[in-house]
Design a protein around this ligand. Structure first.
Ligand code: FES
Ligand SMILES: [Fe+2]
Length: 397
């Protein structure tokens, strides 16, 4: 469960919240403990500088070793809100394997192989959600139900002795936890550390949110450089001077860990004094929570919306980052539509898409040039050092 850890934070952003009817929810004990620490002024800082070899980010052999983490640990694939309707499906390729995310008639989500059991043909193309009453292979028209069951084979008599029931689409281990859909390549993968965060996600009402927008960013950077940006607050007043810095002008940060996952909170002192720490809506106006789900997904909780950043490494110097923005309900008025558009542009277009990801790409260019051999982390950046220690520990297992 929660264990004390490093300082850290947040590239997150509060934003002038509208009065959306967020359901009254209580923070979890862990969330409340961070808020109380902020209220006491307990900003966490490291004790001294630390250094990392530049090759941590640029060595192809290191990258190949790290990919084992992505194969053995559960990975975030999408918010539940990507598939709001039963009997629907969407292709997902960012992690390398051709996946098919589906929701069955009973509402259960599945992560299946997007490859026909007959001769391997890709079943669903594109990145839009499609109806999935029957998923029909374009080659010989084998048909599958959204739970993967093989439900139809033309000229079935041509396959004597073939066990249809044992030849549904390959199903990966998966779990929908607090409004987020995770999957694993490894049959033995353990989802329990993520389940420990379910009360936190429930406290945000994540499972009931509406998907406002999603976008894939193609970032020319090592995946860890992108995660690093969400583990330190040092850059916020500088890199984000034109976008979100003013929201964090009086920001202080605390963090802890739930298993390998980091939970951070940055508080705004002026608002924290007046906040009701037992009411999540009130707390979210004063505190931005950010979760770094090990190894490479980020959840940023702004006052009235949430961004998920799903980092999917493609090579040592290239990472796809899918940004999902979740809002309480579909926009009902022009004012609401304009509000969400502004929020989307502020973070996806500005703070994340241009500034954080742009900095990661520039950082990678510098490191890949071989000009410097080590990077130096100050006391406000020890969340990064802690993250890299957790990677080293996971690789050593
Ligand atoms: S490859 Fe799918 S039906 Fe033949
Ligand atoms: Fe940032």
């Amino acid at each position: 469960m929660a264990s004390p850890a490093c300082a850290a934070t947040v590239s997150g952003a509060p934003f002038a919240a509208m009065d959306f009817p967020l359901q009254p929810r209580r923070p979890t004990p862990g969330q409340r403990a961070l808020a109380e620490a902020l209220a006491r002024g307990e900003a966490m800082m490291g004790e001294g500088i630390e250094q990392l070899p530049a090759a941590t980010y640029t060595d192809p052999d290191r990258f190949a070793a790290e990919m084992r983490l992505f194969r053995t640990l559960p990975q975030l694939v999408a918010p539940s809100a990507l598939l709001p309707e039963a009997v629907s499906a969407v292709a997902h390729d960012g992690y390398g394997s051709p996946l098919l995310l589906t929701r069955g008639a009973d509402g259960r989500a599945h992560v299946l192989a997007n490859a026909c059991r007959h001769r391997g043909t890709r079943l669903v193309d594109g990145d839009e959600v499609v109806g999935a009453k029957r998923i029909v292979c374009p080659y010989h028209a084998w048909a599958y139900k959204p739970d993967g069951e093989l439900s139809g084979m033309p000229r079935a008599e041509c396959f004597p002795g073939f066990d249809r029931s044992a030849n549904g689409l390959r199903a990966y281990p998966s779990a929908e936890i607090g409004g987020l859909l995770f999957y694993a390549e490894d049959e033995q993968a353990d989802f329990s550390d993520l389940r420990a965060l379910e009360p936190d996600f429930d406290a945000f009402g994540m499972a009931g949110l509406h998907l406002y927008e999603r976008r894939v960013h193609d970032v020319a950077a090592n995946w860890k450089l992108i995660v690093d940006a969400f583990l330190e607050s040092y850059h916020v007043q500088r890199l984000h001077a034109q976008t979100i810095a003013h929201f964090f002008a009086d920001g202080i940060t605390v963090a802890d860990r739930v298993g390998p996952h980091q939970r951070a909170a940055v508080g705004r002192a002026a608002l924290l004094e007046r906040a009701d720490l037992d009411d999540m809506a009130s707390l979210r106006r004063a505190v931005t929570f950010t979760y770094a789900l090990f190894p490479a997904s980020i959840v940023v909780v702004s006052p009235d919306y949430i961004n998920l950043l799903v980092c999917m490494p493609q090579s040592v110097g290239r990472t796809l980052v899918e940004d999902y923005m979740l809002i309480p309900e579909p926009p009902q008025t022009n004012e609401a539509a304009a509000h969400w558009q502004k929020s989307w542009a502020l973070l996806d277009g500005g703070a994340f898409g241009t500034e954080d990801f742009g900095a990661a790409a520039r950082c990678y260019r510098g490191l890949a040039s071989g000009t410097i051999e080590t990077v130096t982390l100050g006391t406000l950046e020890n969340g990064i050092a802690d993250f890299h220690r957790r990677i080293d520990a996971a690789l050593a297992r």
